[in-house]
Write a new protein. Structure first.
Length: 454
């Protein structure tokens, strides 16, 4: 029989389960007459660089902002022109997490207005489950303009919030107008109703928000029965990359179009309801595609592509393969841009590529240097076999230590035949004190011990 285990944090303190809190925001939250294109938020503890896939800005912008994490700071750069006299809300969903315990700041928002006032319309209420009338926790409540008929099937919401343990929600700073309201138990975190096991709730009538109104709206979430596989949309994500989205997981996929080359590359997402397809014909503006799912579901798609000019790929090299993860910056002939970022002590370093990798140059050696000693550390590099769009580097890291990753030019070739430039990446590991410790005392004579945590 096995006895005891004691869990403690460093210095015997209690594990901190509180979410990160914003200590300083520049420009301040709820600023009016907003004219900046940069926002900096400083938290009371180190936060994760999550990728900000759940973060949405409403009303939507033409281009997504850049989000960059450096220690306790989150820097946001707006890349689109803002509308006059408009209130904007950046809702971070569950993207604000600390690096220690992954505690989440749910529904953390930043609000600003380019006009003289902040929109003040609100919607609140409660979401319950149809099966037993119990509170629905962690359900998205979303708003779409009334004229957007298929919004929740094809588009991300204009405004949203998430229910608490009691099933209650509140959406603030909404512009007056008419909206459709939905409840969604989002299983794949894309804000779209596209999974067979996702709960859905909606109101048949239009929600009217007048000036300074506060509406109450309760919804019941239920699971739609026998949801069939259906083609939802095709979308050009990046030059060469098209996503095909289905209403439910599919087993097989095939694509034909005029002059299909053998170098096309595709892969499923984790839930197998989305196909990421890299077209070898990356310089076309428009194309007709014929996707086939499960060997029987045939569709025809005429799509406008994001494209790359031929000479910019190979002659000018302005669109050559780039490394985009974790604020990596290319090395230039004049200077090496040095930017330190925090790296998890017990997680592999992750390096993302702008396009899938087709070839690795074995004659090029990637190196990691320990900055203080200039000692070369030998990591275990591994390319993701499914997407081929990221590389992990795992090695024994020292706490609170600066490292430099050196990636030589022409180390990686993408599916279009372009090679990467030389890249230097500086990072620092966090400390062991930022993690909890588990102390075990094991006393057993059995072959299959059981460990109890107290």
């Amino acid at each position: 029989m096995t006895h005891c285990a004691q869990e403690s944090t460093p210095q015997g303190g209690k594990k901190d389960e509180s979410p990160p809190e914003a200590r300083k925001i520049d420009p301040p939250n709820k600023s009016v007459r907003f004219q900046s294109n940069k926002i900096e938020i400083t938290f009371n503890e180190f936060i994760q660089s999550s990728g900000f896939a759940q973060t949405l800005i409403s009303p939507p912008l033409d281009r997504n902002p850049d989000y960059k994490v450096s220690g306790k700071k989150l820097k946001i750069k707006l890349k689109s022109l803002l509308r006059a006299n408009t209130t904007y809300t950046i809702n971070f969903g569950d993207d604000i997490k600390d690096v220690n315990e992954s505690n989440i700041s749910p529904n953390f928002t930043y609000v600003f207005s380019t006009g003289e006032y902040i929109d003040s319309q609100e919607v609140s209420g409660k979401i319950t489950l149809a099966k037993d009338n119990s509170p629905a926790e962690g359900v998205l409540v979303t708003l779409y303009p009334a004229e957007m008929n298929d919004g929740i099937l094809t588009n991300k919401p204009y405004y949203f919030s998430k229910t608490n343990k009691s099933g209650e929600y509140q959406i603030r700073n909404i512009k007056w107008g008419d909206y459709q309201i939905y409840a969604l138990k989002d299983q794949n975190f894309n804000y779209i109703y596209d999974q067979p096991n996702e709960l859905i709730g909606f109101q048949d009538t239009i929600l009217h928000l007048t000036d300074s109104s506060h509406a109450k709206m309760n919804l019941v979430a239920f699971e739609a029965a026998n949801k069939k596989v259906a083609f939802i949309r095709a979308k050009s994500i990046n030059p060469g990359l098209v996503q095909f989205v289905y209403s439910a997981p599919i087993n097989s996929f095939n694509l034909t179009y005029q002059g299909v080359p053998s170098s096309d590359f595709w892969y499923f997402n984790n839930t197998k309801d989305t196909v990421n397809y890299w077209l070898a014909d990356y310089y076309s503006n428009n194309i007709t595609l014929f996707p086939v799912a499960n060997d029987s579901l045939l569709d025809t798609v005429r799509i406008e592509l994001q494209n790359i000019a031929k000479d910019s790929m190979f002659q000018k090299k302005t669109n050559a393969l780039s490394l985009t993860a974790q604020q990596i910056r290319p090395q230039t002939s004049k200077e090496s841009l040095r930017e330190i970022t925090i790296q998890e002590l017990y997680k592999p370093l992750k390096i993302n590529f702008s396009r899938p990798i087709s070839k690795i140059n074995a004659s090029k050696v990637l190196q990691i240097l320990e900055d203080s000693t200039k000692k070369v550390v030998t990591p275990n590099f591994k390319l993701d076999e499914q997407s081929k769009t990221f590389l992990t580097a795992d090695f024994q890291k020292k706490e609170n230590t600066d490292y430099t990753l050196l990636i030589p030019d022409s180390s990686f070739q993408d599916i279009y035949g372009t090679w990467n430039y030389a890249t230097t990446y500086h990072f620092r590991t966090n400390t062991k004190s930022e993690y909890g410790n588990i102390h075990l005392t094991l006393m057993t004579t059995g072959a299959n011990p059981i460990i109890f945590f107290n």
